[in-house]
Design a protein around this ligand. Structure first.
Ligand code: BYC
Length: 335
C-alpha cells in the first residue's frame, strides 16, 4: 500500500532504459555531468536508481496536480460571481494541464501513463498530503491559492533547475501558471477581508485550518527525509525540505499582516539573531497518517478519481476507435 515503488522490481539488475547494464565508464560520465551541474535528457544513459527516483517524484507530482483539482473543483458551481467562476475554472484546468505535462515527462523515463494511473488508483502511489483536507467554505478556495499554491511555488522554482531536462522544462511553465494561481487566491482573500465581519471570520477560520497542513506539505524534517541527500546529490532537489519551509514562513508572515489575518501559531516570532522566524512544532503524526491513507478525505478523493476515470472510459475508447479508423483510411489511400 501507499508506496511509490510502481512496477519496478525492487532487486532488479541495475539496468538502463536502453537495456545496457550499468558500467563504470558510463557511470563516470554521468557522475561528471552531475558534478558539472549539466542536464540529462531522455536519450542519455542514466543509472537505474536515478531513473527510478525521478519516476517516483514526477509521478507523485503529477498525481498531486490531478487530485489537487478536486478540493477546488467542488466550488466551481458555487463560486460567488461569474468572474470568480471563470478564474476558478481556469485555475482548475491549469492543474489538469500540469498533471499532463508531468505524466509526459515521466513517460520519457519508460513508465507508461497507464502504469502510473493504475498505481494511483490502487493506492500504491502517493500524492501530496495537502489535498486530503476538506474545502468547507469559499474562503478555502482563496486560502488554497494563497498558501497551497504559494508553498508549491516555493518548492517548485528550484525544480526548474532539476538535472533531468523534461522535468525542468515542464516546471518552468508550471511555475508561471502557479504564480497566477497564488495571486488570484490572495486577491480573493483581500476582497473578503474588506467585506463584512462574517466574511473576515470565514477567512481567518480557513487560515487556521490550512496553515499547519501547508507547512507539512514540504515533507518531513531533513533528518527524517530518506530521499533528500541523494536527490540533492543528483541535482533533482536543490534545496532541502526544512530550508524551503523556512523560506515559505518568512515570505508568508508579512503577507498575512497585509491581509489582516493572524497565523495560528503562538510560537511564531522573528528571530533577530538568525534573521528568520521561529515557528512551532508540526504534528508529524497527523502528516504520516494522511500520507498513509488515513487523512480526513483520502478515501473520498481516491474514490472520486477512480469513478471519473471509469466514467471517461468511453472517451478513451472513442479516441482509440477514431485513431484506428484514420490509420485504416491512410493505409487504404497509400495502397
Ligand atoms: N505528501 O524523503 P522525502 C501542488 C513522502 S502539487 C505526501 O522528503 P522527497 C499543487 C515522499 O514522497 C504538490 N507524501 O521525499 C497542485 C517520501 O515517500 P516515498 C506536490 C509526501 O521526494 C494543484 C516520504 O514522504 N508537489 O503543489 O525527497 C494545486 C519521505 O519524504 C509529502 C510536488 O510533488 C507530502 N507532502 O521530498 C495547487 C513537488 N512529502 O516517495 C498546488 C515535487 C513527502 O519515498 N516533489 N512525502 O514513498 C518534491 O519536491 C518532493 O518529492 C517532496 C518530498 C518535497 C514532496
Amino acid at each position: 500500500m501507499y508506496t511509490q515503488a510502481l512496477d519496478l522490481p525492487e532487486n532488479a539488475p541495475v539496468k538502463a532504459v536502453s537495456g545496457v547494464i550499468d558500467d563504470p565508464a558510463r557511470l563516470a560520465r554521468f557522475d561528471k555531468t552531475m558534478e558539472d551541474d549539466g542536464r540529462i535528457e531522455p536519450q542519455d544513459w542514466m543509472p537505474e536508481a536515478y531513473r527510478k527516483t525521478l519516476v517516483r517524484q514526477i509521478s507523485q507530482h503529477a498525481h498531486s496536480e490531478i487530485v489537487g483539482m478536486l478540493p477546488e473543483g467542488n466550488w466551481i458551481s458555487r463560486a460567488p460571481s461569474l468572474k470568480r467562476k471563470a478564474i476558478l475554472l481556469a485555475k482548475v484546468q491549469d492543474e489538469g494541464g500540469h498533471g499532463l505535462y508531468l505524466y509526459s515527462a515521466a513517460e520519457t523515463l519508460g513508465t507508461s501513463r497507464d502504469q502510473m494511473v493504475d498505481a494511483l488508483h490502487s493506492g500504491r502511489a502517493k500524492y501530496s498530503s495537502i489535498f486530503n483536507y476538506p474545502t468547507l467554505t469559499w474562503a478555502d478556495v482563496g486560502v488554497i491559492g494563497w498558501l497551497v499554491d504559494g508553498a508549491a511555488i516555493m518548492n517548485q522554482i528550484p525544480l526548474c533547475r532539476c538535472s533531468y531536462g523534461p522535468y525542468a522544462r515542464a516546471m518552468i511553465r508550471i511555475c508561471k501558471e502557479e504564480s497566477f494561481h497564488q495571486r488570484q487566491g490572495y486577491e480573493n482573500l483581500l476582497t473578503m477581508m474588506r467585506g463584512t465581519p462574517a466574511q473576515q471570520a470565514m477567512v481567518q477560520d480557513a487560515v487556521n485550518r490550512w496553515w499547519w497542513p501547508v507547512l507539512a506539505m514540504f515533507g518531513p524534517p531533513d533528518a527524517d527525509s530518506p530521499n533528500s541527500a541523494q536527490g540533492i546529490r543528483w541535482g533533482i532537489k536543490r534545496i532541502s525540505n526544512d530550508e524551503l519551509r523556512q523560506r515559505f514562513v518568512d515570505a508568508t508572515v508579512p503577507q498575512a499582516q497585509v491581509l489582516g489575518v493572524s497565523l495560528p501559531d503562538p510560537d511564531l516570532r522573528w528571530n533577530e539573531e538568525h534573521q528568520q522566524h521561529n515557528y512551532g512544532a508540526i504534528d508529524w503524526d497527523e502528516f504520516w497518517a494522511t500520507v498513509n491513507g488515513n487523512g480526513p478525505c483520502n478515501k473520498e478523493r481516491l474514490a472520486t478519481r477512480v469513478k471519473a476515470h471509469a466514467q471517461g472510459q468511453w472517451v478513451r475508447d472513442a479516441a482509440l476507435a477514431h485513431a484506428e479508423k484514420q490509420r485504416q483510411r491512410a493505409m487504404k489511400e497509400a495502397a
